[in-house]
Ligand binder design. Structure first.
Ligand code: HEM
Length: 427
């Protein structure tokens, strides 16, 4: 599909192929590109305070969006000139700008000031909630395995699903043990840091968003020709959600060589639950494995339902193919507001927002931040939105659900640029 944002990217389904595809178009000449500068960060990889992964995985590509959105302090900007090699010779393969007086950088300047006074207790609260959910899922799962009770497996799967949504935000930060909770639930941190962090957060709803196109043919989000059968059956796609997480997980083995090349002990974490169930339970091996499969399927259903339906897929939310604000130049933060929907009831809440991808606008703008910090940031958020005559799109959950299925059937691109005033909140 041709990008109306002007981004070149062919749909490549595995995370590693996504990286390779991006390397082809970014003009980074084997180095790291940030805006129009090329940098050699080889010596910095092992010293990067955010962990090795980010720079190791992105060698040879443009990392402007990830660099800008994953740092709030100015320390990285100050360090960068040390690694400058030369100017890039081709234009960036991205329409996104980060101008000093644009919405995004203006907002981040204000955020820096507020963050100084955010109490550390709010992050600690989040950690306790996520740890509690994880422990609860394991405990109920173990009980299900011991007694061979499938109702308990479903409950364990639901708690695990809620936990994976909450724990997903740990992927965005420096390496930390909580991001591995999701590895145990079959959401490998390496793959999801590519699918979700680098691809989806950097290029939300565009043709370069692997999270948007990766579920095709089941979830067809872009406005283009769709078969009559698909349009008729799209209402049934939720039936496929329990399989998505296992399918993504097992698809890693399609490219055995790449899997072996990137293998680390973290890749053994998905075995934790089946091994634990085998150790603690005297039920037959097939019952224990079935309990585990039910738990993962329910967790997959929950993660997909909350992740797919309720934030990005809706005719009122911009998706590549629609008319953008401007095809060649749009502030990255403004674009995020165009491509994100928030939900009533989970804006400016801590626990509910955490478990349901709530406060989604703020999460997209400041992905490394703990959910508990958001309540302190809303005042400057509203203030900056007003300053730029922008709005946060907040939709009723019912409209999100109806819109999700409308979007799966939608073939006609929206001819008007995004209008945040519809559903928009700007207090
Ligand atoms: C793909 C590009 C990059 C990504 C995705 C990335 C990601 C991150 C993340 C996730 C953190 C931890 C943030 C947190 O947990 O609060 C971090 C910290 C940091 N990164 Fe990067 N980084 C990238 C490139 C760079 C580059 C090129 C530099 C500088 C040459 C750099 C310098 C730093 C510094 C100094 C910190 C600590 C920030 C602080 O203490 O305020 N990063 N980075």
């Amino acid at each position: 599909m041709k990008s109306t944002l002007g981004i070149k990217h062919n749909w490549r389904n595995s995370p590693e192929e996504w990286l390779d595809e991006k390397r082809k178009h970014d003009g980074a000449e084997g180095l790291w590109r940030i805006h129009n500068g090329l940098y050699d960060l080889s010596d910095f990889i092992s010293r990067h305070p955010g962990g090795k992964f980010w720079l190791q995985a992105t060698e040879g590509m443009d990392v402007t969006e990830a660099f800008e959105s994953h740092h709030i302090s100015l320390k990285p900007d100050k360090l960068l000139p040390k690694y400058f090699v030369r100017k890039a010779t081709t234009p960036r393969n991205s329409p996104f700008t980060f101008l000093e007086d644009g919405f995004y950088r203006t907002f981040k300047r204000k955020v820096r000031k507020v963050l100084v006074n955010v109490p550390v207790e709010s992050a600690m609260k989040t950690n306790v909630m996520v740890d509690g959910m994880f422990a609860g899922a394991i405990l109920v799962g173990v009980l299900a395995a011991i007694h061979g009770t499938f109702i308990l497996a479903i409950v364990a799967g639901l708690i695990l699903g809620v936990c994976t949504v909450a724990a997903h935000s740990y992927y965005h930060r420096k390496d930390n043990f909580r991001m591995y909770y999701n590895d145990i639930a079959l959401l490998p941190s390496r793959s999801w840091r590519i699918i979700h962090v680098l691809s989806h957060h950097g290029y939300t709803n565009s043709v370069a968003d692997l999270q948007s196109y990766g579920f095709d043919p089941f979830v067809q989000v872009y406005p283009c020709q769709k078969s009559t059968i698909y349009k008729a059956l799209s209402i049934l796609t939720p039936l496929t959600w329990p399989t998505f997480i296992p399918l993504i997980y097992f698809s890693r083995f399609n490219n055995w060589k790449t899997f072996v090349k990137n293998f680390t002990t973290v890749d053994l974490l998905p075995l934790v639950l089946p091994i634990l169930f085998c150790v603690v339970s005297k039920q037959s091996v097939s019952t224990k494995l079935l309990i585990w499969a039910v738990m993962i399927a329910v967790s997959s259903f929950w993660f997909m339902m909350v992740g797919l339906v309720t934030n990005h897929i809706n005719p009122d939310i911009f998706v590549d193919g629609d008319k953008p604000r401007s095809p060649h130049k749009v502030d990255w933060g403004t674009y995020q507001l165009d491509a994100v929907g928030d939900k009533t009831g989970v804006v400016n809440t801590h626990f509910l927002g955490l478990i349901s991808f709530g406060d989604h606008g703020l999460h997209h703008l400041l992905p490394t931040l703990d959910h508990g910090a958001f309540q302190h940031l809303y005042p400057v958020f509203w203030e900056t939105l007003k300053e730029f005559n922008l709005f946060l799109r907040v939709m009723r959950k019912r409209d999100m659900w109806v819109g999700y299925f409308d979007q799966l059937r939608r073939e006609t691109p929206n001819p008007n640029p995004p209008n945040l005033a519809t559903y928009g909140v700007n207090l």
